[in-house]
Design a protein around this ligand. Sequence first.
Ligand code: SF4
Length: 78
Amino acid sequence: MSSGEDLHGIFIDVEVDEAVATDPELAAKLAEVCPVDIFAAADGRLAIVRENLDECVLCNLCVEAAPAGTVRIVKLYE
Ligand code: SF4
């Protein structure tokens, strides 16, 4: 493994539709609901805090906070 390789998000990835990521209200809502701060809202836009990705507890609060199908939690393991 080469040094400097990105080891974050090896177990979980979060996919957010662009329409949600650029909606200031939804971005703020997602930042608020996630208990482990995977989402941050900056300048009215959603940012995914990659170093927190593997803290995801699969609570589904983000999925429920956004319109159906626009936020997806992807398990990168079996
Ligand atoms: S499932 Fe829960 S812990 Fe995981 S990203 Fe969504 S709100 Fe955060």
